[in-house]
Design a protein around this ligand. Structure first.
Ligand code: MG
Length: 202
């Protein structure tokens, strides 16, 4: 199973980090070992002093596919959730400055929070509202209609390079409002009133 992530998929987030808005989606992977086991805390790793949350809509691939046409991409996922793409921002900035791959700053253990999956039936994933509260205060909210590259386009693009397999996850990018976590923080993700994940930082 692989975790495919999209970077800079919301203009306001690209701007807050001082990044250009890309023409093609910016893609990176996390290994399957990055998944935070359910109900376990996130431990701040010793190699970073600046771990950021990035709250994102996540879809789960339900069919094997390669070179998927955008028009048919919706047939390749049935469930979605909200997750966190934890990022060691200090390490990422160091690697970016040197022009090196960011893998380590994105793919480390427990860096992928995946919420409870919901069937996409009854939801319009092209205009889904989601939010994340840190210690009870909303710090991020997203509307997928603001994505630069919608899910179906991401699937079409990515499947030109990677065969998509059942169970693969796609993290679709974060809206603005990313920020640092500290030990003791509690992060809760929502779709409407529905709680999708609840993560303690240690
Ligand atoms: Mg992200």
């Amino acid at each position: 199973m692989k975790i495919i992530c999209v970077g800079r998929n919301y203009a306001a987030h690209a701007a807050e980090l001082g990044n250009e808005v890309p023409t093609d989606p910016v893609i990176f992977l996390k290994p399957d070992s990055a998944i935070l086991p359910k109900r376990e805390p996130f431990f701040i790793p010793d190699f970073s002093d600046d771990i950021h949350y990035e709250t994102e809509m996540v879809v789960k691939i339900s069919r094997l596919g390669k070179n998927i046409d955008e028009v048919f991409a919706h047939k390749y996922y049935e469930e979605f959730t909200i997750g966190i793409d934890f990022t060691a921002r200090d390490l990422q900035n160091k690697l970016k400055e040197k022009g090196l791959p960011w893998e380590l700053s994105k793919g480390f253990d427990r860096s992928a929070v995946v919420g409870t999956f919901l069937s996409k039936q009854g939801y319009d994933l092209s205009k889904l509202h989601f939010a994340m509260k840190k210690n009870g205060i909303e710090v991020q909210n997203g509307d997928t209609s603001l994505m630069l590259h919608p899910v179906d386009k991401i699937i079409a693009y990515v499947s030109r390079f990677y065969t998509l397999k059942i169970g693969d996850l796609i993290f679709t990018g974060t809206p603005a409002g990313v920020g640092r976590v500290e030990p003791g923080d509690v992060l809760i993700g929502f779709v409407g009133e529905k709680m999708m994940f609840n993560v303690k930082i240690k």
